[in-house]
Design a protein around this ligand. Structure first.
Ligand code: ZN
Length: 194
């Protein structure tokens, strides 16, 4: 995905010394890339939503009608909160290294603070916070760049899939099948190359 200032400026940390609140950093070859403060903002927004979904009573989660593509053009009922939580966990597990996932699990999923995590994972405080930053950055980027349906922006995710999105997805699948001569088994989130 091509990141522009429009994508980043509202998400950048105003005090950031790397991007000075613009959210983009200039590369050595003249190009620009999104700043890590933007990625961390995205991760934290997605994580906050994950916790909200997880803390809801099951009876309170909404069932919503969603457009489903294909020739039959059927609509299906889905539980968006549960889908979101499953996507959040699945994408995180696929993206992180086993060591990072261990930290992610203890700190973000089980809620252990830095003291408990450092003792359990046998690491010093500096290393722990460095790893947490790396995790937030990697996941923030993947949550935003995930195709066909990104986890962020959250309002777009929760709005559901639109017919235009699905026609674009179908087109992409056809192109990919032509390139690889292999059928795509399902609409699984694509892992971003490390
Ligand atoms: Zn920044």
């Amino acid at each position: 995905m091509e990141w522009t200032r429009t994508d980043t400026i509202a998400l950048a940390a105003s005090q950031c010394t790397h991007c000075h609140g613009l959210g983009l950093r200039l590369g050595k070859r003249g190009g620009s890339s999104p700043c890590s403060c933007v990625m961390r903002t995205i991760f934290r927004a997605c994580y906050r939503r994950f916790r909200e979904c997880a803390s809801k009573e099951k009876s309170m989660t909404q069932v919503s009608l969603e457009y489903s593509g294909g020739q039959a053009r059927r609509n299906t009922w889905g539980r968006k909160d549960e889908e979101y939580m499953a996507d959040f966990l699945l994408v995180s597990k696929r993206t992180l290294t086993p060591k990072q996932y261990e930290i992610f699990k203890f700190h973000f999923l089980l809620g252990a603070n830095n003291v408990l995590c450092c003792a359990r994972l046998k690491m010093d405080k500096g290393t722990f916070f460095h790893q947490v930053y790396r995790i937030e950055e990697s996941l923030g980027r993947v949550f935003r760049e995930l195709r066909p349906f990104a986890l962020f922006p959250l309002d777009e995710y929760f709005k559901g899939s639109k017919p235009e999105d699905l026609s674009e997805l179908r087109m992409r699948k056809v192109v990919q099948m032509e390139r690889t001569h292999e059928p795509l088994s399902s609409m699984v989130p694509l892992k971003k190359a490390a």
